[in-house]
Design a protein around this ligand. Structure first.
Ligand SMILES: NC(=O)c1ccc[n+]([C@@H]2O[C@H](COP(=O)([O-])OP(=O)(O)OC[C@H]3O[C@@H](n4cnc5c(N)ncnc54)[C@H](OP(=O)(O)O)[C@@H]3O)[C@@H](O)[C@H]2O)c1
Length: 302
């Protein structure tokens, strides 16, 4: 039985991976995150409090459990917070990756590192795995810098880049666009939504599946993992409204420049998924299928 360690197991992706593996006969899971475990079920896996900013802590946990693979989801993921708190963003998104790489090299652990479409400038989406990074934000810069470290490492590595992940889990430290839009429209609050950014939103379950497929198939290299539907953000929000029968006349279309966000966002990302489909047998849901998955779960969290 393989042992998989997850960092950031309290996060959106971390909890989906925990859900997926904890009852599996195939893997033993070591779930790690800072502080207490916020995943509601405690059985079927081991939880260890691990701060990725503490190299001693990270080394000790890895040495103790000697996982076959580490899925590194922990990061500073809020783009504007990274722009405002650059030192902390660098520590979390780059320095912590160095510690993990060193451990993975020592024990030849497969490192599955999560990255982002925000390493691209959005001038030429959808992108394949060979496209050249040109980040527009500090968040994107840190993720691109971490990728370079991973690529140069001497452990078996996989970089999984993803886009605008949505889903629901317990006690999330931050929301996502689908939950945000659904909640605001249910309260009949008007929403300002950009009409000049295009994405291929990713169901958190699909991303968790892809991470596990990368372990199962002992994959190597870079993989693009997202949903299969390209849409503008305003179209996304209108599709959320349509799915739940909510009034989309509250959606106010604006251009990115009117929002005055401190961090730059790429105009059009999106991924070409052919490599993941061919190598990993990755099978993403359509956007509306993803909303249906989320809809079945929503009642568990109220
Ligand atoms: N979400 C997206 O739209 C998106 C898009 C592209 C790429 N990605 C990438 O995908 C990965 C997973 O994203 P996600 O949406 O699951 O993020 P998330 O929900 O923000 O989860 C990140 C987790 O990391 C934990 N964490 C933060 N600092 C830590 C530390 N010092 N030690 C240990 N754990 C720490 C956080 O803990 P707390 O919960 O306690 O804060 C959080 O649970 C990230 O690498 C992200 O860059 C995400």
């Amino acid at each position: 039985m393989k042992t998989i360690m997850v960092t950031g197991s309290n996060g959106l992706l971390g909890q989906k991976i925990t859900e997926n593996i904890r009852s599996s006969q195939q893997y033993h899971l070591i779930a790690t995150s800072r502080g207490d475990n916020r995943f509601p079920q405690q059985e079927g896996y081991t939880y260890v409090s691990m701060d990725i900013l503490d190299p001693e802590n990270v080394r000790a946990v890895i040495e103790k459990y000697r996982p076959d693979a580490i899925i590194h989801t922990a990061a500073m993921t809020n783009v504007d917070t990274c722009q405002a708190q650059q030192e902390m963003a660098f520590a979390l998104n780059v320095e912590a990756v160095k510690t993990l790489i060193a451990c993975c090299e020592t024990y030849q652990i497969q490192l599955i590192h999560l990255s982002t479409d925000f390493i691209f400038d959005g001038a030429a989406g959808p992108y394949d795995e060979q496209a050249s990074p040109n980040p527009l934000s500090y968040y994107g810069q840190t993720k691109a810098a971490a990728e370079e470290l991973v690529k140069k490492s001497a452990c078996p590595w996989v970089i999984i880049r993803t886009i605008l992940v949505y889903g629901i889990v317990a006690d999330l430290s931050r929301s996502n666009i689908v939950l945000w839009a659904k909640a605001a429209l249910e309260k009949a609050e008007p929403l300002n939504v950009v009409n000049d950014q295009w994405r291929m939103p990713t169901l958190a379950e699909d991303l968790a599946d892809a991470c596990l497929l990368a372990v199962e198939k002992e994959a190597r290299g870079i993989y693009h993992i997202s949903g299969k539907d390209m849409m503008s953000i305003v179209e996304l929000v209108k599709r959320v409204a349509a799915y739940w029968g909510l009034d989309d006349s509250l959606v106010n279309e604006v251009s990115s420049t009117t929002l005055n966000q401190s961090a730059g966002r790429p105009a059009k990302t999106g991924f070409i998924l052919d490599k993941a489909i061919a190598d990993l047998n990755y099978q993403p849901h359509s956007f509306e299928e993803g909303l249906a998955v989320l809809d079945r779960q929503v009642k568990n969290y109220h």
